[in-house]
Design a protein around this ligand. Structure first.
Ligand SMILES: Nc1ncnc2c1ncn2[C@@H]1O[C@H](COP(=O)(O)OP(=O)(O)OP(=O)(O)O)[C@@H](O)[C@H]1O
Length: 353
C-alpha cells in the first residue's frame, strides 16, 4: 500500500482561508471537524487529509466547498450533505464537484529538478499499469519539455477535436493501449512553448477538462519539473489524489525534491511516495555501482515519512527505449528495471482498486 497518511496533514488554513470574523472562524472549525468524519472507504482516510476538500468558505449561514474526487466517488457528496445537515446555523451547503468525467484515479508524477527521468518514469509506469489490465491515460503537461509522444513513438501526430454532448473535446492518441494527450502535440516540432501567465493557465485547464478520455482507471499527469505557476495550476485544477515524486540519489537533487514536496503540502495533495531513478548501474558481475551516490531517496523517504516506492537502475536500454518510441516496460522481460516498474504499479493498484 502507498502512503495516504501524508506527513503533511492539512491544516485548516490549507483547505480554507482563515476568516477574520470569530463567529465564522468557529463555524469553519466546526465544518472541518465534521468533514473529517467522512472516510473514503478504499483509502481508509478522511476526505480532508486526502486533500479532496478545497476552497472551503463560510458566508453568513451558507457553506461553500469544492470536492475533488474520482468518477467512482460521487457518493461522498451525499455523505457530506448528510454530515453537515445537523448544523443548526447552516441554511444550505453548496458542493462544487471537481472530477474528470469517467476517470477514477488521477495521479501526478513530479520532480523537483529537471532531467531526473520523470517523463521516462511516467511512461513506463503507465505501461506497467496497462500490463496489469488497467485502463490508463497519460497526460503530458510538461509545458517546458513535452516529449512523451516521442517516447511512445507518436511523433508529431495531429490531435483531433470531436463534438460531444458537452461541447468540443480533444481526442487522445493511443500507444501500447495507453490513451495519450500532450501539450507538445499543440506545438510546432522543436519550437519551445512560449506560454505564460493566463494563456498557460487556460491551456492547462483545457487539457485537464477538455479531453475525451473515455473510461480510465488511472490518469497519470506528467508535471513540468519544479514548483512554479504551471505546476501549482495543474495540481489545483485537477482532482489529483496523490503525487509520486521522482528523484536521483545525489544530494543536489534531494533539496529540490523537498521544495516540490512542500508545494504539494501547500496545495493539500498527499505525496504517495518517492521513486529514486538512476539509483545504480549493474556491473558486468551483477554488482551495483552507485554512479550518482547512494541513499538520497531513502534519506528523503525517512525524513518525510513517505515510502520509497522503488529504485530504478541506470540502464542504457531505458534510454534506447525512450529514443525509439518503445518504452522498456513494453518489452516483456524480467529485467531489474521492469521488475521495479511492475512492483510500483502493483503497489498503486493495491492502494486504489
Ligand atoms: N534509469 C535510466 N537509465 C538510463 N537512462 C535514463 C533512465 N531514466 C531516464 N533516462 C534518460 O535520461 C534522460 C532524461 O529523462 P527524462 O526526459 O525522462 O527526464 P525528465 O525528468 O522528464 O526531464 P525534464 O526535466 O526535461 O522533464 C532521457 O534521455 C532518458 O532516456
Amino acid at each position: 500500500m502507498l502512503n495516504h497518511q501524508s506527513p503533511f496533514h492539512q491544516s485548516p488554513e490549507e483547505i480554507a482561508v482563515a476568516p477574520l470574523n470569530p463567529l465564522i472562524a468557529t463555524r469553519q472549525q466546526e465544518v472541518i471537524q465534521l468533514l473529517k468524519q467522512v472516510i473514503e472507504p478504499k483509502l481508509k482516510n478522511d476526505i480532508v487529509s486526502l486533500g479532496m476538500v478545497r476552497n472551503l468558505r463560510i458566508v453568513d449561514d451558507y457553506i461553500y466547498l469544492r470536492l475533488y474526487i474520482g468518477s467512482h466517488q460521487h457518493h461522498l457528496q451525499a455523505e457530506i450533505q448528510s454530515i453537515l445537515s445537523p448544523l443548526s446555523w447552516c441554511k444550505k451547503s453548496y458542493i462544487q464537484l471537481c472530477t474528470i468525467p469517467n476517470v477514477k484515479t488521477t495521479l501526478a508524477v513530479s520532480s523537483g529538478k529537471g532531467g531526473v527521468g520523470k517523463s521516462t518514469t511516467a511512461v513506463n509506469l503507465a505501461v506497467a499499469l496497462q500490463l496489469a489490465g488497467l485502463k490508463v491515460g497519460l497526460l503530458d503537461a510538461d509545458v517546458y519539455g513535452p516529449n512523451i509522444p516521442q517516447m511512445l513513438g507518436l511523433g508529431q501526430t495531429d490531435v483531433q477535436v470531436i463534438d460531444t454532448p458537452n461541447g468540443q473535446r480533444f481526442l487522445p492518441l493511443e500507444a501500447f493501449g495507453i490513451k495519450v494527450m500532450s501539450v507538445g502535440l499543440l506545438a510546432e516540432r522543436d519550437r519551445p512553448l512560449a506560454w505564460r501567465g493566463p494563456v498557460l493557465h487556460k491551456i492547462i485547464t483545457q487539457f485537464i477538462h477538455e479531453v475525451e478520455w473515455g473510461e480510465l482507471d488511472y490518469l497519470l499527469i506528467d508535471l513540468p519539473p519544479g514548483t512554479g505557476d504551471a505546476q501549482i495550476t495543474i495540481v489545483q485544477e485537477s482532482p489529483v489524489c496523490g503525487a509520486i515524486v521522482v528523484t536521483t540519489p545525489q544530494q543536489i537533487a534531494i533539496s529540490d525534491v523537498r521544495r516540490s514536496i512542500h508545494m504539494f503540502c501547500q496545495v493539500g495533495v498527499p505525496v504517495l511516495g518517492i521513486i529514486e531513478n538512476m539509483s545504480y548501474l549493474i556491473g558486468t558481475h551483477g554488482e551495483s555501482i552507485p554512479i550518482f551516490g547512494s541513499g538520497g531517496g531513502q534519506q528523503l523517504a525517512a525524513e518525510l515519512n513517505t515510502p520509497l516506492l522503488g529504485q530504478i537502475p541506470l540502464d542504457p536500454d531505458v534510454c534506447t527505449g525512450s529514443d525509439t518510441g518503445k518504452p522498456i516496460a513494453t518489452a516483456i522481460s524480467n529485467s531489474p528495471v521492469n521488475q521495479v516498474f511492475l512492483q510500483i504499479a502493483g503497489a498503486i493498484a493495491k492502494t486504489f482498486q
